[in-house]
Structures are given as structure tokens and as C-alpha cells.
Design a binder for this molecule. Structure first.
Ligand SMILES: [Zn+2]
Length: 419
């Protein structure tokens, strides 16, 4: 496979820091960000790399030459005028006969590329977008996927106050089939996120690969400083999916949101005022924040699966507005006892995911490569605690509806903020 890296950025917002350097040549540690990207592809056996350059191309060409010193083969596609993230690809169409990677040159990333390729292939995807939750979804362009991870909508910012979305943001790394090149017009500036993907996702199969690995653009002084700090602390490499992660599993009702009344409609969902602070603490630590919730209201016919989805969008939106994010939400819509009026027979089954069964925890373990022994379950019912025990994670029981989520999070000894 070939990797194309968009290295044409000028870095206007970093002007004061980087005089006369193209943005991708800014150093993170000893090496320019672009060299880190080249090294990452090389590590996964991707040695044919095209650098799409524009501003100060000569600085980049002088540094990388033909790639030999880096153990890869590098060629260049120089744009006189920037053609956007998509427009420039049309110029090198003849090199792109097989599926290829496209990476934005200002994104610091460490990711298990083998896993991403295997996802892309298993889905027979035309475009796979790497997606992740971030801590400012309200001012990000958001992507929506279905249960099979197919992309079903794009929601560009600004977002209306009264609408709710999942917290999933395009991270700037794609695996693309060459067939999408036919949607790009030659010589015209166009952008994948704004112009191409929203036009083609109904015709072609686009998938979202959701990850908790490190991908962060360093286009502003603040973000650059953060990336440099994260590199120094080892966080960037540490979050590669090859390394096992620790998680804090959270029950939903009574832990994150108030259940004084039933939560069957979107507007019924009321976040506890302390929930986002507690989750932000988890986000700042080495732990993943993952919700595991029984929602038998679906099986009982009190709430449809679509309404449950909307409720979870509201949860992610309300948390996101306060800078908190969940790495994933897993729910069991089932209930075993049949024979009630209004029930939904499809979900009236004896499943393997209703807590205290551990089906959902095991799914999370597989999806995120979690070390269960070093993880925690915080819940307010015996089902949560038994589920945690059955899965081999440490458990913390809190009183429903009290401020105890914050205390429980604080009590986790190892929950130290990342340096
Ligand atoms: Zn279930």
C-alpha cells in the first residue's frame, strides 16, 4: 500500500513559532512531525510514500530526499496552488491503483495500522475514516455511524442548540479506495471532509474506525505545546492499541444521570451536575471511560432503540459541552421475561450482555485491548458489582443519585493525571 501525506500546510497560526518552516517540519522531540509519520508507516511495512507539498516544498525535499536515509521510497507531488485535501490527489491518480492511506501532515499520530487495515478490508470499505471523541465536539465537524460502523451522516459545525450528536470527530487519517478519485474534479480545490465525503456516503460504503489511540493536530500554539508534552511523557506511543489499556466502566442510570423519573425520552435524560467533572478526571488519566448499561426499557416497549440512540446522543452532547468525553457506550436492550403487554419480542431474549453477565465488558475488552484486571467498574446496583466481579475487574459501589461518582473516581489510587 502507498501512503500519501498532505504536507502542504503553511501553519499561519503558528507563525510566531516556526519562521520559514513549513508546518509539517515543526519538531516534536528530535524529529519533524512529518518524519514521525514516515517512521510510523515504515514500522507497518508501508514504504511507498508520496508527500504532497506546496509551501516551502524545497525545505521538505531537502530533508527527506528520495527517502533512502529513512528506509522508504519517497516521491513528491508539488502543488503550485493549494488544492485542498482532495483536489491534490487527482494530480497523482496514476500512482493510486490500490487502496492507499491519506494522512494530514499536521496530525501527530501513533496507531496500530495493521488493525486499521484489517478493519478496512473486513468491511470492504470504499473509504475508512479514523474517528474519535474529542473534548470540544460542539465546535467540531461530527460524523455519525450506525451499529455496523457504516457512516450514515455528516454534521458540520455549527451545531444547533436543540440537537444532539454522538461525539465522533474525523481525525485526519483515511484508508481510501482509488474508486473515490472519480468524485474529485481535476484542478479544483476541494476538501474530503467538506466537499467529497458528504456527497458520496450514500453511494459508496464509508466506514468509521473508532479508536482511543493518539491522533492530534498541532495547528495552534496551544495544541503544539500539548503534543510536545505528550511526546515527552511517552503518552503518544503508550496509547497505541498494541499496548493494553485500563478502563473505568461506568453504569449509566443513577451514576451519570438522574433517574428520579424514568428515562424513556431524550429530554428525560438529566446529567448529574458533577458527572462531567468526574469523567474529565478519567479523561485526564490513563483510563478509558466506558459506559456499560442495561436498558430493558427497549425490550419492555417503553422506549425504541432509536429513542435510546437519541438519549445517548444527548448524553454525549451534554458531556461534550462541558469538555468531557466517553470512549464508548455499550448497552443491552434485552430483557428475559416474556408475556407483557406492549413488549418488543425481538429484544425479549435471554442474552449474554445483560449485567451481571459480562458480554458488554468482553466486547469492550476486545474493541480497546483492555486489561480487565487493572480496570474498575463503578455502579449503583448489585448487577454492576457482580458484573465487575464476574469479569475480573475491581468494583466500586456507590449510592444511586448521590455525588459519589466524583468520590469514587477520586478514590482510585492509580488515577493520577498524565504528566
Ligand atoms: Zn443483552
Amino acid at each position: 500500500m502507498r501512503a500519501v501525506i498532505l504536507a502542504g500546510g503553511l501553519g499561519t497560526r503558528l507563525n510566531k513559532i516556526i519562521k520559514n518552516l513549513p508546518k509539517p517540519m515543526i519538531k516534536i522531540g528530535r524529529l519533524p512531525i512529518l518524519a514521525h509519520q514516515v517512521e510510523l508507516f515504515k514500522k507497518y511495512g508501508i514504504k511507498n510514500i508520496t508527500l504532497a507539498t506546496c509551501y516551502l516544498s524545497e525545505v521538505i525535499e531537502k530533508y527527506f530526499k528520495n527517502g533512502q536515509d529513512f528506509g522508504v521510497r519517497i516521491n513528491y507531488s508539488k502543488e503550485e496552488n493549494p488544492l485542498g485535501t482532495a483536489g491534490g490527489l487527482k494530480e497523482i491518480e496514476s500512482q493510486l491503483k490500490n487502496d492507499f492511506f491519506l494522512l494530514y501532515g499536521d496530525v501527530m499520530v501513533d496507531l496500530d495500522i495493521a488493525e486499521l487495515i484489517s478493519f478496512h478490508k473486513s468491511k470492504k470499505s470504499a473509504c475508512t475514516l479514523v474517528l474519535h471523541p474529542n473534548d470540544h465536539p460542539q465546535d467540531s465537524d461530527l460524523v455519525e455511524i450506525d451499529g455496523k460502523q457504516r457512516i450514515i451522516a455528516f454534521h458540520p459545525k455549527p451545531h444547533p442548540e436543540n440537537k444532539y450528536f454522538n461525539n465522533l470527530v474525523n481525525a485526519g487519517l483515511y484508508v481510501l479506495s482509488p474508486k473515490i478519485l472519480k468524485y474529485i474534479k481535476r484542478g479544483i480545490k476541494s476538501d474530503f471532509g467538506k466537499d467529497i465525503f458528504p456527497k458520496i456516503f450514500k453511494k459508496e460504503k464509508l466506514y468509521g474506525y473508532v479508536t482511543a489511540e493518539y491522533l492530534k493536530d498541532m495547528g495552534t500554539p496551544d495544541r503544539l505545546a500539548e503534543v510536545q508534552k505528550d511526546y515527552k511523557s511517552g503518552k503518544i506511543a503508550g496509547l497505541n492499541r498494541k499496548n493494553k489499556r485500563r478502563a473505568i466502566f461506568l453504569d449509566r442510570d443513577g451514576v451519570i444521570n438522574d433517574t428520579s423519573d424514568d428515562v424513556c425520552k431524550t429530554e428525560d435524560f438529566k446529567l448529574f451536575p458533577w458527572a462531567s467533572e468526574a469523567i474529565k478526571k478519567i479523561n485526564a488519566s490513563e483510563f478509558l471511560a466506558i459506559v456499560i448499561t442495561n436498558q430493558p426499557a427497549v425490550a419492555k416497549g417503553f422506549c425504541s432503540i432509536e429513542e435510546l440512540d437519541e438519549i445517548h446522543k444527548r448524553m454525549e452532547t451534554l458531556l461534550g459541552r462541558e469538555g468531557a468525553k466517553l470512549d464508548a457506550v455499550y448497552f443491552c436492550p434485552h430483557h428475559p421475561d416474556k408475556g407483557f403487554a406492549g413488549e418488543n419480542p425481538k429484544y425479549k431474549i435471554n442474552c449474554d450482555c445483560r449485567k451481571p453477565k459480562i458480554g458488554l465488558v468482553k466486547r469492550a475488552e476486545k474493541d480497546f485491548n483492555i486489561n480487565l484486571k487493572k480496570s474498575y467498574f463503578i455502579g449503583d446496583s448489585w448487577r454492576d458489582i457482580l458484573c465487575g466481579k464476574n469479569a475480573g475487574v475491581k468494583t466500586i459501589k456507590i449510592e444511586p443519585g448521590k455525588k459519589n461518582l466524583a468520590q469514587a473516581v477520586n478514590s482510585i489510587y492509580f488515577l493520577k493525571p498524565r504528566q
